[in-house]
Write a new protein. Structure first.
Length: 262
């Protein structure tokens, strides 16, 4: 009987110990489970935070890419616009150069026409030169006028008739008549050198317009007195050169002006 009881006691102790061990293992397992759950929640929170950061970074990247694409498009458009403007300017400059070449050619041809028309006169009577895109026909005082007079003499009228023939054949030419004197004051019927130089210029204009029917809208008369000399007024020879009438011929520049205004 006593043996049986001892066996039962041992068995009970074994069962109790087994039960305690199992309960401890269960508790340990439950604690590990809760720890894993906490770790999992913490990890999930970190992943969510990192995903949010990734999403924000991706949004920033997308925005930067969009901005970069827009900047590239704007830059490309500006480059194309600049290239078009450059091409247009280059064409405009080329067109202007072509017109200037044509104008120089026309001026040179006009000079040759004037030289041919006025052939036979000495250089002391008149000269034909080309400068600044214009043709200058310079006639000396002694060739056109008696001293102190604004009445054109017969030899001068003959030369003006030959010049008028060229102007009639080239109606687009603008004509400026400039009267010039030396620095010696006038003491005859004219008030001063201004009056004499202007009167001489208008005398030439009247002959061209009234006698040779040159378009009056194409002619300008002006007097410069002695303030635009071509030589010194200190010598008789210099003063003789300064006493002159200049007929300045300018080919039509309308096309050049229009191109410059664009």
């Amino acid at each position: 009987m006593k043996r049986n009881f001892s066996g039962l006691l041992v068995l009970a102790i074994i069962l109790l110990l087994s039960s305690c061990v199992a309960k401890r293992k269960l508790l340990d397992a439950q604690m590990q489970y809760r720890t894993l759950q906490n770790d999992s929640s913490l990890m999930a929170s970190k992943i969510a935070g990192q995903q949010s950061t990734i999403n924000k970074l991706q949004a920033d990247i997308d925005a930067l890419n969009k901005q970069n694409n827009q900047l590239s498009t704007d830059a490309s458009n500006k480059v194309n616009s600049l290239q078009q403007n450059l091409q247009a300017q280059q064409k405009r400059l080329q067109d202007l150069q072509n017109l200037l070449d044509q104008q120089r050619k026309a001026t040179s041809e006009l000079k040759n026409k004037m030289i041919n028309a006025l052939v036979g006169y000495s250089d002391s009577d008149l000269t034909v030169t080309q400068k600044n895109g214009k043709v200058y026909v310079s006639l000396s005082e002694k060739f056109l006028f008696p001293s102190g007079s604004a009445v054109v003499n017969p030899a001068g009228k003959e030369a003006l008739s030959k010049l008028a023939n060229v102007l009639t054949a080239n109606p687009d030419i603008a004509v400026t008549i400039e009267g010039h004197t030396d620095s010696i004051p006038i003491r005859m019927k004219f008030e001063d050198n201004w009056a004499l130089s202007t009167a001489r210029a208008t005398s030439v204009v009247r002959i061209l317009v009234n006698d040779y029917k040159i378009d009056p809208t194409k002619i300008i008369a002006s007097g410069h007195a002695w303030f635009d000399p071509v030589d010194t007024n200190s010598t008789p020879e210099g003063r003789a050169r300064n006493r002159r009438t200049e007929i300045i011929l300018t080919p039509n520049l309308d096309q050049i002006y229009k191109l410059l205004e664009q």
